[in-house]
Design a protein around this ligand. Sequence first.
Ligand SMILES: *Cc1c(COP(=O)(O)O)cnc(C)c1O
Length: 426
Amino acid sequence: MAVRTTEDRRPALSAADPELAALVDAEERLQADTLRLIPSENYVSAAVLEASGTVLQNKYSEGYPGRRYYEGQQVIDQVETLAAERARALFRMDHANVQPYSGSPANLAVYLAFLEPGDTVLGMSLPMGGHLTHGWGVSATGTWFRGVRYGVRRDTGRVDLDEVRDLARAERPKVIFCGGTAVPRVVDFAGFAEIAREVGAVLVADVAHIAGLIAGGAHPSPAPYADVVSTTTHKTLRGPRGAMLLSRAEHAKAIDRAVFPGLQGGPHNQTTAAIAVALKEAAAPEFGAYAHQVVANARALGEELAARGFDLVSGGTDNHLLLIDLTGKDVPGKVAAKALDRAGIVVNHNSVPYDPRKPFDPSGIRIGTPALTSRGVPASQMGAVAQWIDRVVDAARTGDETRISEVRAEVKAMMDACPAPGLPLV
Ligand SMILES: *Cc1c(COP(=O)(O)O)cnc(C)c1O
């Protein structure tokens, strides 16, 4: 295969700013050569990349299609309408707002739509798998609002809906968040909806991590149960960095007003365009196959790791991610994550439920299969991946850098055999 030079692929950038162009090259090479197991990361298609680097970014378009504060929206209105209609159809919700800049501002817009400062929100605790924006203390959502938190059971590693119901009855939250950022199991949207209805709360399903699995039919949909669905577009959904708020018709006005003018100014139109492309891709049958393969790979990897004595929170996974408690391996999460990074296996250290260690230096790591599945790595290779993780974690414990470099070479060979979408060879 002819290797295209940077000058061919990014002629203007390499001429104008070689220093920055070299950094983009270096990141491309890193993404090509490493086994990326961070569950919130992925590889977007070349089409999504192209859409996000267009002149649409030159436009200001505060407002919504047909109701803008700027003229010259003949094309932008069509782009945003296309994205919103594809989102509504794919997720089967009445209304879609595709303007939130990212998942955190999308969630902040939910607070603005339904709560007054000081009001109570019920969400999953951060160290138990929830997201910062579900009312955690260091986040604006936990300082301007009263965050009440549920967790998972110590014995099962899963959410206990009886605990959620008791908390909801006692604390009367106005908003309940379900979903999270380190949740390896199916979210019981119906169970949460029943609780929300009983206490008169708005149920927000934050599906940032699992949106692609839902779109592909590999995870149940929140559509019949949630009042609002919040999601990023860049995780399993495999779109550009951005977010969407989907809702029932009755909440459409409140959500729209909260996003603009409540929280944001002009939408990032190049991102809206790339979201539209990603939504079209996600509606295609091949994406359903992708989503199911992500789950099959995670399950296979979990089984292979468990067979090597790794302690999986909740005993396994229903989705794309695994949370691993390394206490029994006698290696802290951060030490393991850094050793894995030296071996070309990219993960993040993560708290595990009831972690006795601090969040900055926790007991676990979190891994996921969305990115490797986008490269076409099959379930039959999960044994090899688990064996690498096992070897590196053991080498981290004994300080054996030679074994880590051996794994690095094997990882590189597998990555060379499975080219990533959207990454032209450097
Ligand atoms: C990633 C994530 C977010 C935040 O998304 P950002 O784009 O990083 O702001 C919100 N909620 C959940 C559950 C997430 O996993």
